[in-house]
Design a protein around this ligand. Structure first.
Ligand code: ADP
Length: 665
């Protein structure tokens, strides 16, 4: 074939396969090859492992046929795959008996095959033409075949490059994706780190600010105390008025310091995570009435009306830490009264409903018509020591109340929010979800109104190494008509048990010499005493202590500080008592029946000062004993005594100080 013919043929081949790749390319090649050589058919195949081949395209008798896969052995193709051009002019079926039937079926006589090699010279596949006539294949035929073979090799190379390119692209894409993911996760880690750092820095800053504010707040009243003490010491000849004024300032500063220290201790306890919740059954109505009556005393003193509105018909008894709920409500009510002018109004609203999960969603709203808070200050009032200056009035306070309240609400997993308008009033809202209390048998239990029980006198043995607690429980039970024997440890209790047979034993768990658990074991081991119920008391109110005590055989568990309601409920249940109640005035949501008596009551100044002193020292027993001695026969003092006893039973020193202040102490 001349060079020109070769070029022409090449152009023809190119025109045929233009834009075709893969299968379409090879189909075009076999068709064009067959036509170029005026042959009956042509096919191209690819070498497979194990000396097999597979057709890529097969053109015969003017049409495409199904591609076959076949073993090379004993076929003319086998020679081609050795890398040689193989030509048979006639009787190809005779020469290769393996393929005879196939050649005969096609009517093929002659065969010309050429290997297709890749760029390394390795045989990749082959091209073959076949004819039905005897045909002595000319050099020109072989040239044509060679051109087709070269073109096929080029396509194979191109396909390989394309595959490699696609593989490389896919790998690149994967690497890119990995890189992208790594960058994203690093960016996230960095932003988390930055956020944590910002939080740590701001906590650090807040701590420093807090410490410097605290030292300022503590020093200010201390300066007052020390300064006036020195002045008084030097100026012995001063007038009695000056003396009195100086002492007043020292007293006020001391009281302010005491409040500060109490608040700081509360806050420190909460911040140190020591605020262990001790949930017990709470009657919300009773709690709300109690805090309202306490706050009302103070409100009445400054001419503010205080109302309680229960927006729920009946509150389901809930399980909650009553001490925390009470402190939250008292703090908010205290503020509302403090920041409301005479003639104004404070309202405590409460509502509740059951949630789909069977809990109680409770909302308390403390609303006042007071001085209000500027919008810009609303969030800052929850910060420690943040108090808003008001030029026209000086209001006592530490600036820690709302900080503590906020932390307490957090501990209840609740939400505290505020809305306010300057000059119009403020609304503080507490929302929380509480567990409903397990249903108890019988009617509502009003412990504060119990004055005794029906039937024979019962004997209770009280074992507690804490002298004050022992005396408190003893006095309480004695006042209800029990015969009480007291013991300072388990050993003493066992000695008492030699002479008396109590109906019930109330024992502290941690005691010297013989502890509560050992006492319980000895009681259980004694046949005569085995049926006596033993109730455990412990300052460790954790669920573990409770479970251990019950497992060891205690009939019930009472966390300290003891709650009168719980204690009497348990004693009543264990002894099957029928309580006798004091004739109590009917309770009404809006009424003021109980409150005016409490509100109108004024302590004699000397007694007030004495009681305030005992409260400051935390000597609750001496305080209740003093109140009993001084006011036992004073009917006007009854609500006051009842309130004080209830607070004493809970060791609620803060509450006691509040009621003393409200009653003139
Ligand atoms: P304290 O009352 O001891 O100063 P708090 O933390 O309870 O401290 O309150 C911080 C400040 O928030 C108060 O000093 C007062 O300026 C403002 N505040 C709190 N409650 C009210 C209210 N009901 N009405 C107006 N201002 C209030």
């Amino acid at each position: 074939m001349s060079e020109l013919d070769g070029l022409k043929l090449l152009r023809l081949i190119e025109e045929g396969v233009a834009g075709k790749t893969g299968e379409a390319f090879f189909r075009q090649i076999v068709c064009d090859l067959s036509r170029a050589l005026h042959a009956h058919g042509a096919f191209t195949s690819r070498l497979l492992p194990n000396r097999r081949a597979r057709m890529l395209a097969f053109w015969v008798g003017g049409q495409y046929e199904t591609c076959l896969e076949y073993a090379l052995e004993g076929t003319p193709c086998e020679y081609v795959y050795r890398g040689e051009i193989t030509a048979y002019a006639r009787n190809v079926g005779e020469v290769f008996p393996v393929d005879r039937a196939w050649f005969e079926q096609l009517g093929v006589q002659s065969y010309l095959g050429i290997p297709v090699k890749d760029e390394t010279g390795a045989v990749y596949g082959h091209l073959a033409v076949m004819d039905t006539c005897e045909r002595d294949w000319a050099d020109a035929d072989i040239d044509v075949l060679r051109l087709f073979s070269l073109r096929s090799a080029a396509e194979i190379e191109r396909a390989r490059y394309q595959r490699e390119l696609e593989d490389a692209n896919a790998a690149l894409r994967q690497v890119n994706e990995r890189l992208g993911a790594e960058i994203a996760s690093r960016a996230q880690a960095e932003s988390e780190l930055a956020a944590a750092k910002a939080v740590a820095e701001s906590a650090n800053r807040a701590k420093s600010v807090f410490i410097s504010q605290m030292s300022h707040e503590l020093r200010t009243p201390l300066n007052g105390v020390l300064g006036f003490a020195q002045l008084l010491k030097r100026g012995q000849g001063d007038s009695p008025e000056r003396l009195r004024e100086g002492l007043d300032i020292i007293e006020r500063s001391g009281e302010h310091l005491l409040n500060l220290v109490n608040d700081l201790l509360d806050l420190a306890k909460i911040e140190a995570g020591k605020l262990e919740l001790s949930p017990s059954q709470v009657d919300l109505r009773e709690l709300l009435e109690h805090v309202t009556s306490l706050a009302r005393v103070r409100a009445a003193k400054v001419g503010v009306t205080l109302m309680m509105i229960l927006e729920a018909q009946d509150f389901v008894p809930v399980m909650a830490d009553e001490r925390i709920l009470r402190q939250v409500l008292l703090n908010l009510l205290g503020n509302a009264v403090k920041f409301t002018e005479a003639g104004g109004r404070v309202t405590l609203r409460a509502s509740g409903h059951s949630t789909p999960m069977g809990r109680q969603a409770v909302t308390f709203v403390v609303e006042d018509t007071g001085i209000g808070i500027d919008e810009s200050e609303l969030q800052r009032i929850f910060e420690p020591f943040h108090r808003l200056a008001s030029p026209d009035r000086v209001v006592e306070g530490t600036g820690l109340g709302l900080t503590i309240t906020q932390r307490l609400v957090d501990a209840l997993a609740g939400r505290l929010s505020v809305t306010s308008r300057k000059g119009v009033g403020s609304t503080f809202t507490v929302e929380c979800e509480l567990d409903a209390a397990p249903q108890r048998q019988g009617a509502a239990f009003a412990a504060a109104d119990i004055e005794g029980y029906e039937g024979l006198m019962r004997i209770v043995l009280v074992a507690d190494d804490d002298r004050d607690n022992r005396a408190l429980v003893t006095q309480l039970l004695q006042s209800l008509g029990f015969l009480v024997q007291a013991a300072g440890n388990g050993q003493e209790a066992l000695e008492r048990l030699n002479t008396i047979r109590p109906d019930l034993v109330l024992t502290d768990l941690v005691m010297p010499i013989l502890d509560g658990q050992q006492l319980l074991r000895s009681i259980r081991a004694d046949g005569k005493l085995a049926r006596v119920p033993v109730v455990a008391m412990s300052a460790s109110a954790s669920a573990v202590t409770r479970a251990e005590a019950l497992q060891a055989g205690c009939a019930a568990f009472l966390p300290k500080p003891l709650k009168l309601t719980d204690m009497l409920q348990i004693i009543g249940d264990q002894l099957g008592l029928k309580w006798r109640y004091r004739a109590a005035p009917a309770r009404n949501t809006h009424d003021d029946d109980a409150a005016p008596a409490l509100r109108d009551f004024r302590l004699p100044p000397d007694l007030a000062a004495e009681l305030q002193h005992l409260a400051m020292q935390g000597d609750i027993l001496a305080l209740t004993a003093r109140v009993d001695a001084a006011l036992a026969n004073d009917t006007a003092a009854r609500p006051f005594c009842r309130e004080l006893r209830a607070l004493a039973a809970r060791y609620d020193v803060r509450g006691i100080r509040q009621i003393l202040v409200a009653s003139g102490g």
